[in-house]
Design a protein around this ligand. Structure first.
Ligand SMILES: [Zn+2]
Length: 360
């Protein structure tokens, strides 16, 4: 670990209470914490639909407007695979069988990423040191975006609430290239990688080659470079924008808290679980389409508290988590709609682009 960040875990009453209630829920209903038929049905829809769309776009001549629209749908389909299948599998919550999680976690590599690097960036760093400036790679977008008050303000940030959506569109391509930096520097932001074995090296390079072969070379050969360029930009921009917005709404909104790591060890005043709740937000519970599409990531508080429980169970757990937060007097940040959450993100980023935010 580049920086040392510790939590005040001397009093774990909140998490212990919460965990025993959540465990009681699973026991009472005779449920496994991993995915169930609803997750496997999603998988049976989302993977074949992506392959079908790809083949359609590669092999069938269609009117240009339909072709362009289907590239956007293909981008949304890839984002849904990321939220629903890859995310659960990489957290080990897709199935009780380790090899099934490993296998479906490889969808990360097919989207242009890398499961090994993602697990360190996301499962370890982001899920432990959420919104800790200097450690959490998800808020490491300087100098382009200032996402918390401890990051230095640049004149260009005055306009970040406008241009950020354009940058979000490049998220997946940015991750594709940043993986090489992580791979060769053997670090994710400030955290060193654990050594990669031969299998991980092979998976890294085959994933990157797969991306180049299936998203660049094959389309250029089959539909020509002009249509490839249109399709590539539309699908990657849709994918990147969707991934970025959903992740930003979880942590970079008004009333979410931030910490900063410096050269000295940082001690966070709360236990780990309270830190997770205070740095995370939920949105749009009543929108079933959003809940289905984003893989329950509108229930990020539940996800951050129980990342090894499949997202399929989050709506049921949200009542327990909400009531326990209330009992302990901990803020449970919730936006009633996606639009309200996006508006809060825009207001927050606008404020962050100005000299004085919350008196700093
Ligand atoms: Zn996660």
């Amino acid at each position: 670990m580049g920086y040392r960040v510790t939590f005040n875990n001397s009093n774990r009453d909140f998490f212990n209470t919460l965990k025993s209630e959540v465990d009681a829920y699973f026991e009472k209903n005779g449920l496994k914490k991993t995915g169930n038929w609803r997750l496997y049905l999603k998988t049976a829809i989302l993977l074949p639909s992506a392959i079908g769309l790809y083949l359609l776009l590669m092999l069938v001549d269609m009117p240009w407007l339909l072709t362009a629209s289907l590239w956007v749908v293909f981008g949304l389909n890839m984002a849904a695979i990321g939220f629903n299948i890859m995310h659960d599998a990489c957290h080990g919550s897709f199935s009780t069988r380790g090899w099934v999680n490993e296998l479906f976690g490889l969808t990360n590599n097919f989207l242009g990423g890398n499961a090994f690097l993602w697990k360190l960036k996301h499962n370890i760093i982001h899920h432990t040191y959420t919104n800790v400036d200097g450690v959490d790679d998800d808020i490491n977008n300087m100098p382009f975006l200032r996402q918390c008050a401890t990051q230095p303000l640049k004149p260009v940030h005055r306009f970040q609430a406008i241009y950020m959506f354009f940058l979000y569109g490049f998220t997946s391509l940015f991750m594709f290239f940043m993986d090489y930096i992580k791979y060769f520097s053997k670090k994710v932001y400030t955290t060193p990688l654990k050594p990669m074995d031969a299998k991980e090296h092979v998976l890294f390079w085959t994933g990157k080659l797969f991306f180049i072969a299936f998203y660049i070379v094959m389309p250029i050969l089959l539909v020509g470079w002009k249509w490839w360029l249109v399709g590539f930009i539309l699908s990657q921009f849709t994918l990147g924008l969707t991934l970025a917005v959903v992740f930003q709404l979880a942590h970079v909104v008004e009333h979410a808290e931030f910490e900063a790591a410096g050269m000295d060890p940082v001690k966070i005043e709360n236990e780990w679980a309270i830190h997770q709740v205070k740095t995370t937000a939920n949105f749009a519970f009543s929108n079933r389409i959003i809940t289905w599409f984003v893989g329950g990531l509108n229930y990020q508080i539940e996800h951050h508290l129980f990342p090894r429980i499949s997202h399929i169970h989050y709506p049921a757990l949200s009542r327990i988590v909400h009531d326990t937060c209330e009992k302990f007097g901990i803020q449970y940040l919730y936006f009633h709609s996606t639009r309200a959450a996006i508006a809060s993100h825009v207001r927050f980023m606008h404020a962050m682009g100005r000299p004085a935010y919350l008196g700093r």
